[in-house]
Design a protein around this ligand. Structure first.
Ligand SMILES: Nc1nc2c(ncn2[C@@H]2O[C@H](COP(=O)(O)OP(=O)(O)OP(=O)(O)O)[C@@H](O)[C@H]2O)c(=O)[nH]1
Ligand SMILES: [Mg+2]
Ligand SMILES: [Zn+2]
Length: 333
């Protein structure tokens, strides 16, 4: 005959089971992930190569990758150097893009104190609309703009558009990995933080990181024909220094924000916030709605026309989920 446990002994039994399970679990941070093998930093500051246990993280549906660099995970150690990841812990924030190849959301990094959008004066050219997309993909963490290669002369138009970000309240810093200009300022600003460098290929993310941390991340040449980078960094990696931690990420051609609802990118266009309160319709997306106060300010020149155009393009790509650059007969913006 089976003796039924009373509720007290059942509770004890469950606690013992949970404690047992917890005893074999440790919390670590993903510092690199290639082909579903994740390098996890252990509480002792060592690293273990880990896989995801069975179908443990399958419940994270609709995502391109269940784990990204910066994620905190539970893992059970296997031997001296390996482990099995069983759980992703709650994210503080993340930088997520829509991956048009796989048609799913891809988390680039998670749990950072600051996203640094690196752009360059030239080679590749300064593309403010790319910066606008980085701002739109940043959800829940601070973001700043670092303009690298300021050893090269900037055009008046580019300078004006770059300065606009400062006026809108974003922290901006011109630097040069080549001459070292302003790098001490940047060092001070990121002290004690975990930051992620994101941006187009060739803007100098890895070059800057090598100077800031003394690392030897691979640096690529600029493609002379197209004046673009060569996609040198091919996976995100967390690099820890004594004063700060930096995540290097691969350069991408474009970022598309993940959400379907364009209202979610409102934070990337702070100049729309105040007039939006005066739009005739609540929930106005400032596209072609009558009585739109944002559009009126664009027409009177009080809101920068290129920022507005950039906003329209982002909304269009979010809605179509079929990015503009993939369609035939349209040039890249
Ligand atoms: N003139 C100039 N060139 C720079 C500067 N910083 C980097 N470069 C050059 O820019 C090129 C690309 O640098 P990377 O550091 O590989 O650029 P990245 O952003 O890491 O590129 P991906 O890894 O492809 O995303 C290299 O030829 C660097 O020497 C700078 O401040 N001034
Ligand atoms: Mg790189
Ligand atoms: Zn409006």
């Amino acid at each position: 005959m089976v003796k039924l446990l009373n509720s007290h002994s059942l509770l004890n039994c469950m606690n013992a089971f949970t404690n047992d399970r917890m005893a074999s679990m440790e919390t670590g941070i993903i510092v690199k992930g290639i082909n579903n093998i994740f390098t996890v930093k252990t509480p002792e500051g060592l690293t273990r190569l880990c896989r995801i246990k069975g179908k443990q993280l399958e419940s994270i549906k609709g995502e391109y990758n269940a784990l990204a660099v910066g994620d905190r995970v539970l893992y059970s150690p296997v031997g001296e150097k390996e482990g099995m990841i069983t759980e992703r812990l709650e994210r503080r924030n993340s930088f997520v893009r829509y991956n048009s190849k796989t048609q799913s959301n891809q988390t680039v990094v998670a749990n950072v104190d600051l996203i640094i959008c690196v752009c360059s004066v030239d080679s590749p050219p300064f593309r403010p609309r790319f910066v606008d997309r980085v701002l739109a993909c940043t959800q829940g963490s601070e973001v700043m703009i670092v303009l690298n290669k300021c050893d090269i002369d900037i055009t008046e138009d580019d300078y004006k558009r770059y300065k606009l970000y400062g006026k809108l309240g974003y922290r901006c810093m011109p630097v040069s990995a080549q001459t070292g200009e302003s790098l001490d300022k940047l060092r001070k600003l990121i002290k004690g933080k975990t930051v992620a460098f994101v941006g187009q290929s060739g803007v100098g993310k890895s070059s800057l990181i090598n100077i800031l941390l003394g690392t030897d991340q691979r640096v690529g040449d600029i493609n002379q024909k197209y004046n673009t980078g060569n996609h040198t960094t091919n996976h995100a990696i967390m690099l820890e220094g004594p004063d700060y931690t930096i995540i290097d990420t691969p350069g991408v051609r474009e970022f598309v924000p993940p959400q379907d609802d364009p209202a979610n990118i409102a934070h990337a266009f702070p100049e729309f916030t105040e007039p939006a309160e005066r739009c005739q319709y609540t929930g106005c997306l400032h596209i072609d709605e009558p009585g739109c106060a944002v559009k009126a300010l664009v027409e009177s020149g009080k809101i920068d026309g290129d920022r507005y155009e950039s906003y329209l393009r982002i909304v269009e790509t979010m809605r179509s989920k079929d990015p503009i650059w993939k369609r035939p007969c349209t040039s890249e913006q």
